[in-house]
Design a protein around this ligand. Structure first.
Ligand code: NOJ
Length: 531
């Protein structure tokens, strides 16, 4: 699948948080029918695939990442028939549909867990991780990522169950073969319907130390979760055998894929999840989420992953998602407007690797300061209001109409739509050829058209301080990209020859005739196709 155009390597994937994309039934919450009605936006933008965050039945303790039925649709989002219709209509437009699969934990209301907790001898007891306590407390020192001990005491059976996240999200026991089979069947359920692939939630946690040993303290100090070295509660080597068996399930179907959320900030560990082409097709590399606005830091992260990526592996790049503040906010600048968002988009869409866009970034959506009385995310309660992820989950803004911005007809959407800078909506930007939205579209089209950009080799080029420059080459085709992260103009000497086409992040700017010496304005990027 690497010779011809392979959709998960060469395409662009767009993440949709279903609660926040389009509300079709007027209840203030987005739904599957709403997404279906917005497929024309996605086709116009030119993306190849969507990833839908969870829409399965859920008590919504973690907004769908607490699944109570892996093979259904929560009534809030619609029905299975709505899903099938969405899938068919997406496919009719050449758009693949990938969905979230949450294998590390279920909801505490999942029938499997209800059965598991019913008694110590329940046939499903071992589908979750139950242990006796130690000295009247939890079985070991593990801490939940969402705050407090990772164990909850169950008075009825006198044992403790493990939860890496909320207590409403008990961890499944992947060392139990029946559970493993049941979860493989979940994959088949969606694959049989024609689903093109999965984004796998916290895949690096499904295997833990079988002896459940204590984590050592972090020598760098720190409190709570950060105060430990997570050597026993995640990334256990046994995860790779589990992944190979998951891969075998997918490989029984043509043209399907899995991308894993490997939330480890060590790229060497992330790259291991690609195996030898027999584990994940893609592993999220989240290094950009922690990069300051600094050309040298981005170059370092890209070169590091390029060096570690196995020969038949493939990188991914992501700047925003539903768990981190949006990059338009992270890289906001008092006077540059959306210039940085433009340079960031050019980088994301011209690197070697699959770009994952997060709905709303194409119009430069910022994080919204959600008032304390409207916070929804459980982290506001279990950790700290400042750690709430609501700000990056606010609804998509389709037009400038009040109060629903085309997202909803309800008086109040589930999260507020703003404030956002004027013009942060699809309709306004569609009408403006020079908008950020059009730049995303132009970049995606350029990338699709030129093999050097969607599949070519990557090499960083020497450039003045503040500039990240690189070339992409494929079978004689060659493109160079020069991104000025700085606030002042700069000349970049690439000695690269005659220019046959390309794009600047500044709309309407003439491209140079040659790429030998490129004059970049403050915070401008250029991709130049060479003759
Ligand atoms: C990662 C998801 O992206 C996040 O939103 C969720 O809260 C945790 N996994 C737990 O499922």
């Amino acid at each position: 699948m690497s010779g011809e155009r392979c959709w998960w390597r060469h395409g662009v994937v767009y993440q949709i948080y279903p609660r926040s994309y389009q509300d079709a039934n007027g209840d203030g919450v987005g739904d599957l029918e709403g997404i279906r009605r917005r497929l024309d936006h996605l086709a116009w933008l030119g993306i190849d695939a969507v990833w839908l965050s969870p829409f399965q039945p859920s008590p919504m303790a973690d907004f769908g990442y607490d699944v109570a039925d892996y093979c259904g649709v929560d009534p809030l989002f619609g029905t299975l028939a709505d899903y099938d219709r969405l899938l068919a209509d997406a496919h009719a437009r050449g758009i693949r549909v990938t969905i979230d699969w949450v294998p590390n934990h279920s909801s505490d209301r999942h029938p499997w867990f209800l059965e598991s907790r019913a008694s110590r001898t329940s046939p499903k007891r071992d589908w979750y991780v139950w242990r006796d306590g130690r000295d009247g407390g939890p079985p070991n020192d593990w801490i939940s990522i969402f705050g407090g001990p990772a164990w909850e005491h169950d008075p009825a059976t006198g044992q403790w169950y493990l939860h890496s996240f909320l207590r409403e999200q008990p961890d499944l026991n992947w060392r139990n073969p029946e559970l493993e089979r049941a979860m493989h069947d979940v994959l088949r359920f969606w694959l049989d319907r024609g689903t093109d692939g999965f984004r796998i939630d916290v895949i690096h946690r499904i295997a833990k130390d079988p002896e459940l040993r204590d984590n050592p303290p972090n020598p760098a100090g720190g409190q709570g979760y950060g105060g430990q070295l997570h050597v026993h509660d995640e990334n256990h080597p046994d995860v790779h055998a589990l992944l190979r068996r998951i891969r075998a399930v997918l490989d029984a179907y043509p043209d399907r894929m899995a991308v894993g959320e490997v939330y480890l900030f060590d790229p060497a560990e992330v790259a291991k999840y690609l195996g030898r082409g027999d584990e994940l097709h893609l592993a999220f590399n989240f290094s950009f989420l922690r990069c300051p606005w600094d050309a040298a830091v981005f170059r370092r992260e890209v070169e590091r992953f390029e060096a570690l990526c196995p020969p038949d592996g493939w990188p991914t790049w992501v700047l925003s998602n539903h768990d981190v503040p949006r990059h338009a906010s992270r890289y906001d600048h008092p006077t540059l407007g959306d210039a940085r968002a433009r340079v960031a988009a050019m980088m994301l869409l011209t690197l070697r690797g699959t770009p994952y866009l997060y709905a709303g970034e194409e119009i430069g959506m910022r994080n919204v300061a959600v008032p304390p009385d409207r916070l929804q995310d459980p982290l506001a309660r279990t950790l700290h209001p400042a750690l709430s992820r609501d700000g990056e989950r606010t609804p998509m803004r389709w037009d400038a109409s009040e109060p629903g911005c085309g997202f909803t007809t309800a008086a109040e959407p589930w999260l507020p739509l703003g404030p956002q800078p004027p013009g942060t909506d699809v309709a306004t930007q569609r009408a403006d050829r020079g908008s950020l939205l059009w730049l995303y579209r132009d970049l995606i089209a350029l990338r699709r058209e030129h093999p050097a950009l969607h599949r070519g080799a990557f090499r960083a080029l020497d450039a003045p301080e503040g500039v990240f420059a690189y070339e992409r080459t494929h079978e004689g085709g060659r493109a160079v990209v020069a991104l000025n992260f700085g606030d002042a103009p700069v000349e970049v000497k690439l000695g690269a020859g005659r220019v046959a086409g390309g794009l600047s992040t500044r709309h309407g700017r003439a491209l140079p005739d040659t790429a030998d010496a490129i004059a970049l304005a403050a915070c401008e990027g250029m991709v130049l196709l060479l003759a």
